[in-house]
Ligand binder design. Structure first.
Ligand code: ADP
Ligand code: TRP
Length: 326
Protein backbone atom coordinates (compact mmCIF):
# COMPACT_ATOMS: atom_id res chain seq x y z
CA UNK A 1 0.00 0.00 0.00
CA UNK A 2 1.38 3.38 -1.01
CA UNK A 3 1.52 5.80 1.94
CA UNK A 4 3.29 9.08 2.77
CA UNK A 5 4.21 9.65 -0.86
CA UNK A 6 3.47 12.44 -3.29
CA UNK A 7 1.06 11.76 -6.11
CA UNK A 8 0.31 14.07 -9.02
CA UNK A 9 -1.65 13.91 -12.22
CA UNK A 10 -3.45 16.19 -14.66
CA UNK A 11 -5.97 16.10 -17.47
CA UNK A 12 -5.86 18.69 -20.22
CA UNK A 13 -8.72 21.15 -20.49
CA UNK A 14 -9.23 20.54 -24.19
CA UNK A 15 -12.39 19.04 -25.76
CA UNK A 16 -15.66 18.65 -24.01
CA UNK A 17 -14.63 17.62 -20.54
CA UNK A 18 -13.76 14.41 -18.82
CA UNK A 19 -14.65 11.11 -20.43
CA UNK A 20 -14.73 7.53 -19.22
CA UNK A 21 -11.10 6.95 -20.32
CA UNK A 22 -9.86 9.93 -18.32
CA UNK A 23 -11.83 8.79 -15.30
CA UNK A 24 -10.55 5.23 -15.21
CA UNK A 25 -7.06 6.05 -16.49
CA UNK A 26 -6.27 9.00 -14.25
CA UNK A 27 -8.99 10.27 -11.90
CA UNK A 28 -10.19 7.11 -10.20
CA UNK A 29 -6.68 5.81 -9.44
CA UNK A 30 -5.91 9.24 -7.98
CA UNK A 31 -8.99 9.21 -5.75
CA UNK A 32 -8.14 5.70 -4.58
CA UNK A 33 -4.55 6.46 -3.73
CA UNK A 34 -5.13 9.92 -2.19
CA UNK A 35 -5.80 8.94 1.46
CA UNK A 36 -2.51 8.92 3.37
CA UNK A 37 -0.56 10.61 0.58
CA UNK A 38 0.02 14.20 -0.53
CA UNK A 39 -2.00 14.38 -3.70
CA UNK A 40 -2.15 16.98 -6.46
CA UNK A 41 -4.52 17.17 -9.40
CA UNK A 42 -3.41 19.82 -11.83
CA UNK A 43 -5.09 21.61 -14.67
CA UNK A 44 -2.39 21.66 -17.34
CA UNK A 45 -3.75 24.72 -19.13
CA UNK A 46 -0.36 25.60 -20.63
CA UNK A 47 -0.37 22.20 -22.28
CA UNK A 48 -3.82 22.97 -23.68
CA UNK A 49 -2.33 25.88 -25.59
CA UNK A 50 -0.72 23.40 -27.97
CA UNK A 51 -4.15 22.70 -29.42
CA UNK A 52 -6.71 25.23 -28.14
CA UNK A 53 -6.33 28.55 -29.92
CA UNK A 54 -9.48 30.35 -28.84
CA UNK A 55 -9.33 32.34 -25.61
CA UNK A 56 -13.03 31.97 -24.89
CA UNK A 57 -12.93 28.21 -25.46
CA UNK A 58 -9.95 27.73 -23.17
CA UNK A 59 -11.50 29.88 -20.43
CA UNK A 60 -14.76 27.95 -20.66
CA UNK A 61 -13.04 24.54 -20.79
CA UNK A 62 -11.02 25.40 -17.71
CA UNK A 63 -14.02 26.51 -15.75
CA UNK A 64 -15.84 23.34 -16.66
CA UNK A 65 -12.96 21.09 -15.77
CA UNK A 66 -12.46 22.74 -12.35
CA UNK A 67 -16.04 21.84 -11.49
CA UNK A 68 -15.74 18.40 -13.04
CA UNK A 69 -12.67 17.54 -10.97
CA UNK A 70 -14.41 18.67 -7.80
CA UNK A 71 -17.59 16.79 -8.65
CA UNK A 72 -15.70 13.55 -8.11
CA UNK A 73 -14.33 14.47 -4.71
CA UNK A 74 -15.82 12.83 -1.64
CA UNK A 75 -16.37 14.83 1.57
CA UNK A 76 -13.12 15.66 3.40
CA UNK A 77 -11.06 14.97 0.31
CA UNK A 78 -7.57 16.41 0.70
CA UNK A 79 -6.51 16.49 -2.93
CA UNK A 80 -5.00 19.82 -3.97
CA UNK A 81 -6.23 21.06 -7.33
CA UNK A 82 -4.28 23.81 -9.05
CA UNK A 83 -3.83 25.61 -12.34
CA UNK A 84 -0.50 25.12 -14.01
CA UNK A 85 -0.47 28.65 -15.48
CA UNK A 86 -0.99 30.26 -12.07
CA UNK A 87 2.43 29.12 -10.88
CA UNK A 88 5.05 31.84 -11.05
CA UNK A 89 8.52 30.47 -11.84
CA UNK A 90 7.08 27.29 -13.32
CA UNK A 91 8.04 28.30 -16.82
CA UNK A 92 11.44 29.53 -15.67
CA UNK A 93 12.04 26.00 -14.47
CA UNK A 94 10.84 24.66 -17.81
CA UNK A 95 13.43 26.85 -19.53
CA UNK A 96 16.20 25.59 -17.29
CA UNK A 97 15.14 22.01 -18.01
CA UNK A 98 14.99 22.79 -21.75
CA UNK A 99 18.57 23.95 -21.52
CA UNK A 100 19.68 20.79 -19.75
CA UNK A 101 17.83 18.25 -21.90
CA UNK A 102 19.46 16.69 -24.97
CA UNK A 103 17.62 17.29 -28.23
CA UNK A 104 18.35 13.67 -29.14
CA UNK A 105 16.27 12.48 -26.17
CA UNK A 106 13.23 14.47 -27.27
CA UNK A 107 13.47 13.09 -30.81
CA UNK A 108 12.27 9.77 -29.40
CA UNK A 109 8.87 11.17 -28.38
CA UNK A 110 6.03 9.00 -29.72
CA UNK A 111 3.39 11.66 -29.13
CA UNK A 112 5.37 14.20 -31.14
CA UNK A 113 5.91 11.76 -34.00
CA UNK A 114 2.15 10.98 -34.02
CA UNK A 115 1.24 14.68 -34.13
CA UNK A 116 3.76 15.31 -36.85
CA UNK A 117 2.35 12.49 -38.93
CA UNK A 118 -1.22 13.74 -38.45
CA UNK A 119 -0.83 17.50 -38.87
CA UNK A 120 0.93 19.41 -41.58
CA UNK A 121 1.48 22.42 -39.29
CA UNK A 122 2.40 21.86 -35.68
CA UNK A 123 3.70 24.36 -33.19
CA UNK A 124 6.94 24.32 -31.19
CA UNK A 125 5.08 23.67 -27.95
CA UNK A 126 4.11 20.22 -29.21
CA UNK A 127 7.80 19.38 -29.35
CA UNK A 128 8.52 20.85 -25.93
CA UNK A 129 5.38 19.37 -24.36
CA UNK A 130 7.23 16.56 -22.49
CA UNK A 131 9.60 19.04 -20.87
CA UNK A 132 6.75 21.13 -19.51
CA UNK A 133 5.15 17.93 -18.25
CA UNK A 134 8.43 16.84 -16.66
CA UNK A 135 8.54 20.16 -14.80
CA UNK A 136 4.97 19.57 -13.54
CA UNK A 137 6.02 16.28 -12.06
CA UNK A 138 9.55 17.11 -10.89
CA UNK A 139 8.61 20.42 -9.25
CA UNK A 140 6.36 18.56 -6.85
CA UNK A 141 8.73 15.63 -6.32
CA UNK A 142 5.92 13.30 -7.30
CA UNK A 143 6.71 9.67 -6.55
CA UNK A 144 3.75 8.34 -8.51
CA UNK A 145 1.85 9.66 -11.52
CA UNK A 146 -1.48 7.92 -12.25
CA UNK A 147 -1.98 7.99 -16.01
CA UNK A 148 -3.23 5.92 -18.92
CA UNK A 149 -0.75 3.82 -20.88
CA UNK A 150 -0.40 6.45 -23.61
CA UNK A 151 1.38 8.73 -21.13
CA UNK A 152 3.98 6.19 -20.05
CA UNK A 153 6.76 7.62 -22.17
CA UNK A 154 6.16 11.09 -20.74
CA UNK A 155 6.89 9.80 -17.25
CA UNK A 156 10.02 8.05 -18.52
CA UNK A 157 11.10 11.37 -20.02
CA UNK A 158 10.61 13.07 -16.66
CA UNK A 159 12.99 10.52 -15.12
CA UNK A 160 15.53 10.95 -17.93
CA UNK A 161 15.32 14.73 -17.70
CA UNK A 162 15.87 14.59 -13.93
CA UNK A 163 18.80 12.19 -14.38
CA UNK A 164 20.43 14.39 -17.03
CA UNK A 165 20.04 17.42 -14.84
CA UNK A 166 21.61 15.69 -11.86
CA UNK A 167 24.56 14.56 -13.96
CA UNK A 168 25.07 17.91 -15.63
CA UNK A 169 25.02 19.88 -12.39
CA UNK A 170 26.34 17.20 -10.09
CA UNK A 171 23.39 17.44 -7.73
CA UNK A 172 20.32 15.49 -6.59
CA UNK A 173 17.34 17.74 -6.34
CA UNK A 174 14.56 15.82 -8.07
CA UNK A 175 12.63 12.70 -7.14
CA UNK A 176 12.40 10.07 -9.88
CA UNK A 177 8.70 9.56 -10.65
CA UNK A 178 6.97 6.34 -11.58
CA UNK A 179 3.90 5.98 -13.77
CA UNK A 180 0.98 4.34 -12.01
CA UNK A 181 -0.89 2.49 -14.69
CA UNK A 182 -3.91 0.42 -13.71
CA UNK A 183 -3.45 -2.61 -15.92
CA UNK A 184 -7.05 -3.63 -16.48
CA UNK A 185 -8.07 -0.15 -17.61
CA UNK A 186 -4.83 0.98 -19.17
CA UNK A 187 -6.63 1.66 -22.40
CA UNK A 188 -10.37 2.15 -22.31
CA UNK A 189 -11.28 1.02 -25.79
CA UNK A 190 -13.69 2.36 -28.31
CA UNK A 191 -15.27 0.79 -31.29
CA UNK A 192 -12.47 1.03 -33.78
CA UNK A 193 -9.73 -0.51 -31.66
CA UNK A 194 -8.30 2.91 -30.82
CA UNK A 195 -8.42 4.24 -27.29
CA UNK A 196 -11.35 6.35 -26.22
CA UNK A 197 -10.05 9.88 -26.69
CA UNK A 198 -11.13 13.46 -27.13
CA UNK A 199 -8.51 13.69 -29.86
CA UNK A 200 -10.36 11.09 -31.94
CA UNK A 201 -13.76 12.42 -30.95
CA UNK A 202 -14.77 8.94 -29.84
CA UNK A 203 -15.61 9.38 -26.20
CA UNK A 204 -18.54 9.31 -23.83
CA UNK A 205 -18.32 12.42 -21.71
CA UNK A 206 -19.17 11.80 -18.08
CA UNK A 207 -21.02 15.09 -17.86
CA UNK A 208 -22.67 15.01 -21.30
CA UNK A 209 -26.43 15.57 -21.20
CA UNK A 210 -28.56 12.44 -21.32
CA UNK A 211 -29.45 12.93 -24.98
CA UNK A 212 -25.79 13.08 -25.99
CA UNK A 213 -24.91 10.06 -23.85
CA UNK A 214 -27.70 8.14 -25.55
CA UNK A 215 -26.52 9.20 -29.00
CA UNK A 216 -22.91 8.28 -28.27
CA UNK A 217 -23.87 4.88 -26.90
CA UNK A 218 -26.12 4.31 -29.91
CA UNK A 219 -23.15 4.99 -32.19
CA UNK A 220 -20.97 2.26 -30.67
CA UNK A 221 -20.26 -0.18 -33.47
CA UNK A 222 -21.32 -3.80 -32.99
CA UNK A 223 -21.34 -6.76 -35.33
CA UNK A 224 -24.39 -7.91 -37.27
CA UNK A 225 -25.34 -11.05 -35.32
CA UNK A 226 -29.16 -11.25 -35.45
CA UNK A 227 -31.24 -10.72 -32.32
CA UNK A 228 -32.11 -14.37 -31.76
CA UNK A 229 -28.55 -15.69 -31.98
CA UNK A 230 -26.12 -16.11 -29.10
CA UNK A 231 -23.44 -13.44 -28.86
CA UNK A 232 -19.99 -13.24 -27.38
CA UNK A 233 -19.84 -10.52 -24.69
CA UNK A 234 -16.05 -10.61 -24.63
CA UNK A 235 -15.71 -9.27 -28.16
CA UNK A 236 -18.47 -6.67 -27.84
CA UNK A 237 -17.58 -3.00 -27.42
CA UNK A 238 -20.81 -2.31 -25.55
CA UNK A 239 -20.14 -5.07 -23.07
CA UNK A 240 -16.57 -3.81 -22.52
CA UNK A 241 -18.10 -0.65 -21.05
CA UNK A 242 -20.84 -2.52 -19.18
CA UNK A 243 -18.15 -4.65 -17.53
CA UNK A 244 -16.32 -1.54 -16.45
CA UNK A 245 -19.31 0.25 -14.98
CA UNK A 246 -21.74 -2.38 -13.72
CA UNK A 247 -21.52 -4.20 -10.39
CA UNK A 248 -19.90 -7.60 -10.99
CA UNK A 249 -23.12 -9.56 -10.50
CA UNK A 250 -25.07 -7.45 -12.94
CA UNK A 251 -22.27 -7.71 -15.52
CA UNK A 252 -22.37 -11.52 -15.13
CA UNK A 253 -26.13 -11.57 -15.65
CA UNK A 254 -25.83 -9.48 -18.80
CA UNK A 255 -22.98 -11.66 -20.11
CA UNK A 256 -25.26 -14.64 -19.63
CA UNK A 257 -28.01 -12.93 -21.64
CA UNK A 258 -25.55 -12.35 -24.49
CA UNK A 259 -24.75 -16.05 -24.57
CA UNK A 260 -28.39 -17.14 -24.46
CA UNK A 261 -29.58 -15.24 -27.55
CA UNK A 262 -32.67 -13.03 -27.93
CA UNK A 263 -30.69 -10.27 -26.29
CA UNK A 264 -29.79 -7.76 -28.98
CA UNK A 265 -27.22 -4.99 -29.11
CA UNK A 266 -30.10 -2.53 -28.75
CA UNK A 267 -30.90 -4.11 -25.37
CA UNK A 268 -27.25 -4.00 -24.38
CA UNK A 269 -27.05 -0.31 -25.27
CA UNK A 270 -30.14 0.45 -23.20
CA UNK A 271 -28.56 -1.41 -20.27
CA UNK A 272 -25.29 0.45 -20.73
CA UNK A 273 -27.10 3.79 -20.77
CA UNK A 274 -28.85 3.02 -17.50
CA UNK A 275 -25.68 1.64 -15.86
CA UNK A 276 -23.65 4.67 -16.96
CA UNK A 277 -26.18 7.11 -15.51
CA UNK A 278 -26.28 5.26 -12.19
CA UNK A 279 -22.49 4.97 -11.96
CA UNK A 280 -21.91 8.67 -12.48
CA UNK A 281 -25.12 9.99 -10.91
CA UNK A 282 -23.49 11.61 -7.84
CA UNK A 283 -20.80 13.35 -9.86
CA UNK A 284 -23.31 14.49 -12.50
CA UNK A 285 -25.57 15.92 -9.82
CA UNK A 286 -22.74 17.82 -8.15
CA UNK A 287 -21.60 19.14 -11.51
CA UNK A 288 -25.11 20.36 -12.34
CA UNK A 289 -25.09 22.28 -9.04
CA UNK A 290 -21.67 23.78 -9.77
CA UNK A 291 -22.92 24.84 -13.20
CA UNK A 292 -25.50 27.00 -11.45
CA UNK A 293 -22.94 28.54 -9.11
CA UNK A 294 -19.25 27.80 -9.14
CA UNK A 295 -18.04 30.55 -6.77
CA UNK A 296 -17.11 27.93 -4.20
CA UNK A 297 -15.07 26.03 -6.78
CA UNK A 298 -13.18 29.12 -7.92
CA UNK A 299 -12.41 30.13 -4.33
CA UNK A 300 -11.07 26.70 -3.48
CA UNK A 301 -8.83 26.62 -6.56
CA UNK A 302 -7.36 29.99 -5.64
CA UNK A 303 -6.52 28.74 -2.19
CA UNK A 304 -4.94 25.59 -3.63
CA UNK A 305 -2.98 27.57 -6.25
CA UNK A 306 -1.31 29.40 -3.37
CA UNK A 307 -0.34 26.12 -1.69
CA UNK A 308 1.11 24.76 -4.95
CA UNK A 309 3.03 28.00 -5.42
CA UNK A 310 4.91 27.54 -2.15
CA UNK A 311 6.14 24.14 -3.40
CA UNK A 312 7.31 25.59 -6.71
CA UNK A 313 9.04 28.54 -5.01
CA UNK A 314 11.17 26.14 -2.99
CA UNK A 315 12.03 24.07 -6.03
CA UNK A 316 12.89 27.14 -8.04
CA UNK A 317 15.37 28.23 -5.39
CA UNK A 318 17.08 24.86 -5.40
CA UNK A 319 17.23 24.77 -9.20
CA UNK A 320 18.37 28.37 -9.58
CA UNK A 321 21.15 27.76 -7.05
CA UNK A 322 22.22 24.55 -8.79
CA UNK A 323 22.57 26.26 -12.18
CA UNK A 324 23.89 29.62 -10.98
CA UNK A 325 20.89 31.86 -11.57
CA UNK A 326 20.98 32.56 -7.85
P1 ADP B 1 -7.57 12.45 -24.54
O1 ADP B 1 -6.84 11.30 -25.15
O2 ADP B 1 -9.03 12.22 -24.50
O3 ADP B 1 -7.19 13.79 -25.12
P2 ADP B 1 -5.90 13.18 -22.39
O4 ADP B 1 -4.75 13.04 -23.30
O5 ADP B 1 -6.27 14.55 -21.93
O6 ADP B 1 -7.14 12.50 -23.03
O7 ADP B 1 -5.67 12.22 -21.14
C1 ADP B 1 -5.79 12.56 -19.79
C2 ADP B 1 -5.51 11.35 -18.92
O8 ADP B 1 -6.49 10.34 -19.15
C3 ADP B 1 -4.16 10.70 -19.22
O9 ADP B 1 -3.63 10.15 -18.03
C4 ADP B 1 -4.52 9.60 -20.16
O10 ADP B 1 -3.58 8.55 -20.18
C5 ADP B 1 -5.86 9.14 -19.59
N1 ADP B 1 -6.67 8.55 -20.66
C6 ADP B 1 -7.17 9.18 -21.74
N2 ADP B 1 -7.86 8.32 -22.52
C7 ADP B 1 -7.77 7.10 -21.91
C8 ADP B 1 -8.27 5.81 -22.21
N3 ADP B 1 -9.01 5.60 -23.29
N4 ADP B 1 -7.99 4.81 -21.37
C9 ADP B 1 -7.25 5.01 -20.24
N5 ADP B 1 -6.76 6.20 -19.89
C10 ADP B 1 -7.01 7.25 -20.71
N1 TRP C 1 0.04 15.07 -20.83
C1 TRP C 1 -1.06 14.72 -20.00
C2 TRP C 1 -2.23 14.29 -20.89
O1 TRP C 1 -2.26 14.55 -22.06
C3 TRP C 1 -1.52 15.87 -19.13
C4 TRP C 1 -0.49 16.29 -18.14
C5 TRP C 1 0.20 17.47 -18.11
C6 TRP C 1 -0.04 15.54 -17.03
N2 TRP C 1 1.04 17.51 -17.07
C7 TRP C 1 0.93 16.35 -16.38
C8 TRP C 1 -0.37 14.28 -16.54
C9 TRP C 1 1.60 15.89 -15.25
C10 TRP C 1 0.32 13.82 -15.41
C11 TRP C 1 1.28 14.62 -14.77
O2 TRP C 1 -3.11 13.71 -20.41
Amino acid sequence: MIQNKTILTGVKATGDGLHIGNYFGAIRPLLEIAPGNTTYLMIPDLHSLTSVHSAETLRQNKRNIFSQYLSFFPENCEIIVFEQSSLARHNDIVWVLNSATPYSLMLRAHAFKDSQAKNSEINMAVFNYPILMAADILNFDAHYVPVGKDQKQHIEFARDIAGNFHKLYNCEIFTFPEALITEEVEVIPWTDGRKMSKSYNNFIGIFDDEKTVKKKIASIVTDTTPLEEAKNPDTCNVFALIKLLAPQEEANTIAQKYREGWYGYGHAKKDLERIFLVYFSDARKKYADFQKDDTQVVERIQKWNAIAQTVVNKKYDAIAKAVGLL
